[in-house]
Design a protein around this ligand. Structure first.
Ligand code: PLP
Length: 371
């Protein structure tokens, strides 16, 4: 049986063995509830606080600004709900290509408008400025929720620029950094964000663990009510081994960033060139300067492409994992008017190899009858 080739790392990544090793003691002997006062509780409490210190220092922020959550979806929900409920935001400016964890949430909580985008999904900053000015002139406080890196086509946001615009107009800024934290060194304090979300399973950490950064001085209140965990900001017994795994995964990602990102960029370029030679009339949806882990490709005239890849043992998706199941265009492709193509998102990790990319190109050659 052929080995499966996994090229869907924007959906989730395999847990790295080093991360599992760091988590194991907390799945076995160190099982104490961190809220318990006796020794087993004190040990897990101090492990959580060490993880928080490590994560905070890698993100350039104070420990007190980091809250562990169940993942990107919860972090996005908490940030958006809090901006509306606690910070007085009455209008939300977002984009049509946000992840559903933002898009459905903003629509639920407030009146929204959508910033104009270029065909590659880049924010039109002149339009963002005009929308912020219009709301400010009317005395309406805004939340701007824009993702740092798009999960389907890899478009990057000029996050500091948006931070500056938000500061200029007194707007609150939330950025879904689920596809960028763990993939780039990021100084959150310098970005001008009030809220930022991250998720462990996107960079070889475990599933079901994420974080919400809440900038100092932001008077946020929790979404999930109950106990006093996470300094009253997120109730529920902490996911101790998830937190340990998140911190370890981020440490590994940041210390190997240069080497891993170079390797992954090489794979992306290898695939882009190989596919373009094989099918000259395909289009590359990802902008030239994009998230290095994602290559979104529009193939002409082919139905059921992702199924075909699946049958060939290659795991890819048509859009995000949340919109998979058929080859129908995702909300991102629809928003960017790219529905004339069969879109395949290839997304890479440090565990992929050039040989896997060659094999993928061979599969495409076979599909398009190129000999
Ligand atoms: N935001 C983006 C950009 C994502 O890619 C994802 C995951 O698919 C999420 C949010 C949701 O994160 P989680 O799976 O941790 O809830």
């Amino acid at each position: 049986m052929n080995q499966t080739i996994y090229l869907d790392n924007a959906a989730t990544t395999p847990l790295s063995p080093e991360v599992l090793e760091a988590m194991m003691p907390y799945m076995k002997e160190q099982f104490g509830n961190p809220s318990s006062a006796y020794v087993l509780g004190r040990r897990t409490r101090s492990a959580i606080e060490a993880a928080r210190r490590s994560v905070a220092s890698m993100l350039g922020v104070k420990n007190s600004t980091i809250y562990f959550t169940s993942g990107g979806t919860e972090s996005n929900n908490t940030a958006i709900a809090s901006a509306v409920r606690d910070l007085g935001c009455k209008h939300i400016i977002t984009s049509r290509i946000e992840h559903h964890a933002v898009l459905h949430t903003v629509k639920h909580y407030a009146r929204c408008s959508f910033v104009k985008l270029t065909p590659y999904g880049e924010v039109d900053y002149t339009d963002l400025n005009a929308q912020l000015r219009e709301q400010a002139d009317r005395g309406i406080k805004c939340l701007v929720s824009l993702m740092h890196a798009n999960n389907e086509i890899g478009t990057l946001l000029e996050i500091e620029r948006v931070g500056q615009l938000c500061r200029q107009y007194g707007a609150v800024f939330h950025s879904d950094c689920v596809q960028s934290i763990g993939h780039y060194p990021i100084d959150l304090a310098g970005c001008g964000v009030h809220f930022a979300s991250a998720s462990g399973h996107k960079f070889h950490g475990p599933k079901g663990i994420g974080l919400l950064y809440i900038a100092e001085g932001v008077a946020a209140s929790p979404l999930i009510l109950g106990g006093a965990q996470e300094r009253n900001m997120r109730a529920g017994t902490e996911n101790v081994y998830g937190i340990i795994g998140f911190a370890r995964a981020l440490e590994i990602a940041m210390s190997n960033f240069e080497q891993d990102s170079k390797h992954i960029k090489g794979l992306k370029e290898q695939l882009r060139t190989g596919l373009k030679e094989t099918v000259p009339d395909l289009v590359i949806h990802s902008p030239d300067h994009s998230l290095y882990t994602v290559l979104s490709v529009g193939f002409p005239d082919k139905d059921l492409l992702t199924t075909f890849f699946d049958m060939a043992g290659i795991c890819v998706s048509g859009g995000s994992a949340c919109s998979s199941g058929d080859d129908a265009p995702s909300h991102v492709m629809a928003a960017l008017n790219k529905t004339d193509f069969a879109t395949v998102r290839f997304s890479f990790s440090k565990y992929n190899s050039p040989a896997e990319i060659d094999k993928t190109i061979d599969v495409v050659k076979n599909l398009f009858h190129v000999v």
